[in-house]
Ligand binder design. Structure first.
Ligand SMILES: CC(C)(COP(=O)(O)OP(=O)(O)OC[C@H]1O[C@@H](n2cnc3c(N)ncnc32)[C@H](O)[C@@H]1O)[C@@H](O)C(=O)NCCC(=O)NCCS
Ligand SMILES: Nc1ncnc2c1ncn2[C@@H]1O[C@H](COP(=O)(O)OP(=O)(O)OP(=O)(O)O)[C@@H](O)[C@H]1O
Length: 205
């Protein structure tokens, strides 16, 4: 098995921003949020099961997941969220690991696998060599998500309350990137980790 770095962090912590800096260095990035979006687009492989479980109220006219409707249901009711995860997570994991193996066999010395719920689920643990956590103050997370998506503060806080606490995530980390600063401050941190991951992946092909 190749060298897979699991990249995680709470909502709005900066996973995509960090992943983009690794991609700038030529490293393959596999993003489970992006796979989840593919599976739930019009004609997506998860849509029949989602429609059967939750009904037409969460399906758009085009046959895609109505994300706002599903978000309201899923973060108001842990049972709904669990059923949604039971449908999506095995499909997401299967596709994500296949993409990692493909990237490793083709060109990438190691792969960044971005998984929002890495610490919460543990299902990726056997496949990854390092846990990389993007960390920032919860107030910063909240502000950035509100600015990006227009969600209200209480909606962001509700989503955060379903995720691992900051201290728990930090405790699970092998490496931590501090994203309290500006975007430029990510670059030297990513470069330093890149050197270490390259050296480690060369030692253990
Ligand atoms: C509930 C849904 C429809 C809301 O869609 P929306 O477009 O608003 O959000 P998006 O998918 O871009 O996710 C944004 C962030 O929300 C958080 N989040 C998403 N799902 C979950 C979850 N099940 N539990 C806790 N946080 C979650 C993550 O931090 C994620 O990065 C969507 O998040 C979803 O389908 N979630 C279930 C799949 C899942 O668990 N995805 C995350 C891990 S791959
Ligand atoms: N250091 C930073 N300075 C300013 N804005 C930032 C910084 N890091 C990230 N952002 C912005 O904050 C928002 C959240 O960042 P990003 O999308 O990278 O987080 P994420 O962890 O991938 O989020 P999610 O869990 O919701 O998918 C984005 O709009 C991004 O452009």
């Amino acid at each position: 098995m190749g060298f897979i770095v699991g990249l995680t962090g709470g909502i709005g912590s900066g996973k995509s921003a960090v992943a983009a800096r690794f991609a700038d260095l030529g490293i393959a990035v596999v993003d489970t949020d992006a796979i989840a979006h593919e599976l739930t687009g019009a004609g997506g492989a998860a849509m029949p099961a989602i429609a059967a479980a939750f009904g037409s109220a969460v399906v758009s006219a085009a046959g895609a997941l109505d994300r706002a409707a599903m978000r309201r249901l899923a973060f108001a009711d842990a049972g709904v969220r669990q059923r949604l995860e039971d449908i999506l997570h095995p499909m997401i994991r299967h596709e994500a690991l296949a993409r990692c193996e493909q990237a490793l066999s083709q060109h990438s010395p190691y792969v960044i696998l971005a998984v929002p719920l890495l610490v919460e689920s543990g299902a990726y643990r056997a496949h990854i060599r390092r846990v990389l956590v993007v960390d920032c103050d919860e107030a910063v997370q909240e502000q950035r998500v509100m600015a990006r998506s227009g969600l209200a503060a209480d909606e962001v806080r509700r989503i955060m309350s379903t995720q691992a606490a900051r201290a728990e995530r930090r405790a699970a980390a092998d490496d931590i990137i501090d994203n309290n600063g500006d975007l430029a401050a990510l670059i030297p941190q990513v470069e330093a980790l890149h050197d270490r991951y390259l050296a480690a992946s060369e030692k253990r092909p």
